[in-house]
Ligand binder design. Sequence first.
Ligand SMILES: NC(=O)c1ccc[n+]([C@@H]2O[C@H](COP(=O)([O-])OP(=O)(O)OC[C@H]3O[C@@H](n4cnc5c(N)ncnc54)[C@H](O)[C@@H]3O)[C@@H](O)[C@H]2O)c1
Length: 269
Amino acid sequence: MTIPNTSIAGRVALITGGTSGIGEATVRNFVAHGAKVCFSGTRREAGEAIVRELSEQAGAGAVRFFRGDVADQSQVKALVKTTLDAFGRIDILFNNAGIACFGETPALAEEEWHRVFAVDLDAIFYACKEVIPLMRGQGGGVIINNASISGIGGDYAFSAYSAAKGGLINYTRSLALDGARDRIRVNAVCPGLIDTSIAHHSIEMPVLRQAFDAQIPLGRPGLAAEVAGLVRFLASDEAGYITGAIIPVDGGLTAWSGMPNMPRVLGMV
Ligand SMILES: NC(=O)c1ccc[n+]([C@@H]2O[C@H](COP(=O)([O-])OP(=O)(O)OC[C@H]3O[C@@H](n4cnc5c(N)ncnc54)[C@H](O)[C@@H]3O)[C@@H](O)[C@H]2O)c1
């Protein structure tokens, strides 16, 4: 029996939204494991600082930054071209960039709704439209989408975000079916509460933090590195039989049906 290769060394990865949080943790993880990485983001200074730091470890040219907005199709095309010009192929696409939007439907401006869909869903279509033909030509590849547990169930006052991430989850399944015969695996990771800037309010406000910690079975927010580890596994050949999977990284939150914790309510624990 052959044991699949766990390594992503030498593979070329394109990662969107890599200047902070889960994207940055994944850029660092991939580079540390020998991958060549082109990552995008909207903040030039942050991106260039990451490139300088990682180039010292991995060597000049192993990591590139592209400043651009993933909601703009022409900029996504330019991002893909930059990656190809630098490395000649794309083995792994991590559609990570995303924004959240808080508010019940009557309070949401049309612009907010459309912006969330543009960044959290349209942008993934633009990237896949460019990268899938390349992967077909190369004989395969791996796409990982960063969705959310808010796309698995609804969440209070997160209507636009839940709708876009729910769409991304089913888009992931469709991409997996369409890509299977071309050896393109497509999966989604679904973070719960992860300690990054997008979740800053929930983590910094004591009243919200207490509510989250009480609700999350593991009793704490997750770390960006704990999502990045799963992304690397999914990108590796060791995950070679996993496609169309929607995988929570949420400290057990979606394992819970929502019933009260009866032993705790009754004072038994
Ligand atoms: N942190 C959480 O609790 C959590 C939970 C569920 C899902 N997620 C998802 O994880 C992904 C990463 O978020 P994060 O938690 O690391 O937060 P983050 O805010 O640190 O990272 C988001 C990244 O996306 C980039 N980005 C945003 N809009 C962009 C655009 N238009 N073009 C290019 N880049 C853009 C930002 O610059 C940033 O680098 C998002 O898709 C988010 O929805 C996060």
